[in-house]
Design a protein around this ligand. Structure first.
Ligand code: PMT
Length: 408
């Protein structure tokens, strides 16, 4: 039930807007109060009067309305709810959210809010599967935005496929789950490494790699959403810290190891960082000068500490479950099986990082979960989906229900 919960429903311009009226009714039946913001295009599909009649509250649409702003400023509107729900969410509104635009009241409220946001997309199948929309969705998921749907089926434009907005009952169920979430990992402590490391050669040059941190950050987010207390140890990346995790920013492998060891007693360790295997044996204190006519300087390398192997060492402080990644460009699974044994971790996720796969820095990943009992091939998924699946497996390992089981 949603007794006493306050929902801010944002209605954007799509044919599925008619379902938002039913959604308001369902939410109010469950005890929630609903206040609506409708975009200019949303108001072409459903009248503000209908939204007002069903919500029994005033409807907001104009960013520059003196009456609206004096009664309820847009910042207060964005904070005065327990949850913001965007239904339907059009490709255009998703793009504006991903881009951080604040060009109308709906987008501004979404940018200004400090509350969880649930999005129910609805659009033509080709618009949904377009690379731009997929990238926007992945960006928003990484920032902690929750999604429901879209469903697959016949659409108003006479096409068939994913793009139909979820049914009001499904959205109301998802809202209930979000507002009283299952926390099967509550009380578990986790460390997640993410991103590249940078190994200084001199004050201006370094050795590094192409890791963006997208996969590691998504895993930290997914574990935190299930109630785990997560320390994210991240190398230099351009991503924001995910909400709900304690982030420690480091540069080198030595610093990353120290931060992991400082995280204390752990139940779970996930090493998704692309740690440089070697560092400069001698770091110059001043910029190494290029001398005309002289041969290039020789760079002597020395191994970095192996963080995954260190965390996997048997002993009283070993996390109960240690998970690594294997980044390979050939003999993917065979090398991952060997790597799991050599490093001593419990599970390893093998992923092909050949340039043509786009795994490094990209939005999607194709992984194979290697455990002591065998190899499981996962389909190509967005990195957030990989993270959610892995988090589900972690829940199952610790004996709790998975997301799907908890939702039943
Ligand atoms: O960051 P993204 O752009 O999203 O890309 C994701 C990813 C490709 C970086 C990620 O999915 C991945 O594969 N991470 C591991 C990269 C790597 O360094 O793989 P490896 O096969 O060299 O190392 C095996 C394991 O040992 C990894 O868990 C790694 O974190 C760990 N390791 C390696 C070396 C070292 N000195 N210390 C370590 O802990």
């Amino acid at each position: 039930m949603l007794n006493g919960k306050r929902i801010l429903l944002i209605v954007a311009g799509g044919i599925a807007a008619f379902k938002s009226l039913e959604l308001i009714r369902r939410l109010r039946e469950r005890g929630a109060s609903v206040r609506c913001v409708v975009t200019e295009n949303g108001a072409r599909f459903v009248t503000p009067l209908s939204l007002q009649a069903l919500s029994e509250d005033r409807v907001y649409s104009d960013m520059f309305s003196l009456t609206d702003e004096s009664e309820m400023g847009h910042i207060q509107l964005s904070r005065d709810a327990d949850l913001l729900v965007v239904a339907p969410a059009t490709a255009n509104l998703l793009a504006r959210m991903a881009g951080g635009l604040a060009d109308d009241l709906a987008a501004t409220v979404l940018l200004a809010t400090d509350k969880p946001v649930l999005v129910a997309p609805a659009m033509n199948v080709r618009m949904w599967t377009h690379a731009a929309t997929m990238a926007n969705v992945e960006t928003l998921k990484r920032r902690g935005i929750h999604f429901i749907g879209p469903n697959e089926g016949a659409m108003a434009c006479n096409e068939h496929g994913p793009g139909r907005m979820s049914e009001p009952e499904e959205i109301a169920d998802a809202i209930e789950r979000l507002l009283s979430p299952a926390q099967p990992l509550a009380g578990r402590r986790a460390v997640v490494t993410s991103g590249p490391t940078r190994e200084a050669i001199d004050p201006v040059r370094y050795i590094s790699n192409h890791s963006s941190g997208k996969q590691g950050h998504a895993i930290a987010s997914a574990l935190a959403a299930l109630g785990a207390e997560v320390t994210l140890v991240s190398g230099p990346v351009s991503l924001a810290d995910p909400p709900g995790v304690r982030a420690v920013h480091v540069e080198s492998a030595d610093q990353m190891l120290a931060a992991c060891l400082a995280a204390g007693t752990l139940d779970i360790a996930v090493c998704a960082a692309a740690v440089a295997d070697w560092k400069a044996a001698h770091q110059a204190n001043a910029k190494i000068k290029k001398k005309p006519g002289a041969a290039p300087p020789a760079l002597e390398l020395t191994p970095n500490p192996d963080i995954l192997a260190t965390l996997s060492k048997p002993g009283p402080n070993r996390p109960t479950l240690v998970i690594g990644f294997a980044a390979e460009t050939e003999d993917l699974v065979a090398n991952a099986i060997e790597k799991r044994k050599r490093k001593g971790c419990d599970w390893i996720l093998a992923n092909d990082v050949s340039p043509e796969t786009g795994t490094f820095g990209g939005e999607r990943n194709t992984v194979h979960l290697v455990t002591a009992s065998g190899v499981e091939d996962w389909p190509t998924l967005g990195k957030s989906e990989v993270a959610l699946r892995l988090a589900d497996r972690v829940v199952r390992f610790f004996g709790g229900p998975t997301r799907a089981e908890a939702a039943e």
